[in-house]
Design a protein around this ligand. Structure first.
Ligand SMILES: C[S@@+](CC[C@H](N)C(=O)[O-])C[C@H]1O[C@@H](n2cnc3c(N)ncnc32)[C@H](O)[C@@H]1O
Length: 231
């Protein structure tokens, strides 16, 4: 059963979905594309792989995976926001990608199905975080990789300017672009509150099948990448 909090989050993403891409491009200065490209490179998929992108939003990571693998792969993208999935489907021209509605905490896929399971900028929006990690691990094949990309709190030298940007600039521009009263107050605030680095690794360790958990930080710690293998 969905919690009240996750219902509110779903409603918020439904409301901003149609303006999500433009807001994302402007607010990240287009950087999210190169972060996603680097993330895929770090994961190292190969031709023919089966990939699941959870909380796929409008599908950017799924499209980047397909391009990186020359469309020789099977990609499923799931998100609990119907409107996000609608936008993702409208952008999809590839036969190797399928988008469908799905909840990260209750994935509608068999155990041991995917070579890679990914989630980018989605995990911090999931109240039952351990449950989502357990589910993503369950649907991974043994030896498969779980990749998580999420915001963190930047290093001291960059923190002040980032905090100012997140607290004042992002909410103002986000509101202007999406007309949503508080989505872009919520999103940067949850980024700064998210347990990043070693603290997040400890959360991943609650899924005992995950081994070799590593993380790298990008852009002075604005973004973190976590990669683990299913043993
Ligand atoms: C900030 S967006 C990120 C979208 C995309 N992955 C990207 O990198 O641009 C977060 C997404 O997580 C989805 N989401 C949040 N909680 C979810 C859950 N429990 N199950 C599935 N999707 C969820 C939202 O609907 C939203 O599309």
């Amino acid at each position: 059963m969905k919690t009240e909090k996750s219902e509110q989050i779903k409603k918020m993403f439904d409301e901003i979905a149609k303006k999500y891409d433009i807001a994302n491009n402007i607010l990240s200065f287009g950087r999210h594309y190169s972060w996603k490209k680097y993330f895929i490179k770090q994961l190292g998929p190969t031709l023919g792989n089966a990939i699941l992108d959870v909380a796929t939003g409008t599908g950017d990571l799924a499209f980047a995976f397909a391009k990186a693998l020359d469309y020789d792969c099977t990609i499923k993208g799931v998100d609990f926001s119907e409107v996000m999935i609608e936008v993702a489907k409208s952008r999809n021209t590839s036969n190797c990608i399928e988008f469908k509605i799905g909840d990260a905490t209750k994935l509608d896929f068999a155990t041991d199905t995917f070579d890679f399971v990914t989630i980018t900028f989605g995990i911090r929006n999931i109240p039952e975080i351990e449950k989502a990690i357990a589910e993503m691990t369950r649907v991974l094949k043994s030896g498969g990789k779980l990749g998580i990309m999420e915001f963190g709190t930047p290093d001291a030298g960059f923190y002040g300017i980032y905090k100012f940007y997140a607290k004042y600039i992002m909410p103002a521009i986000g509101k202007l672009l999406t007309k949503h009263p508080d989505a872009y107050t919520y999103l940067p605030q949850t980024s700064l509150e998210f347990p990043y680095g070693k603290r997040f690794v400890e959360i991943m360790q609650t899924s005992p099948e995950l081994k070799n958990i590593n993380f790298t930080k990008l852009q002075f710690g604005v973004v973190y990448i976590y990669i683990a293998e299913k043993g």
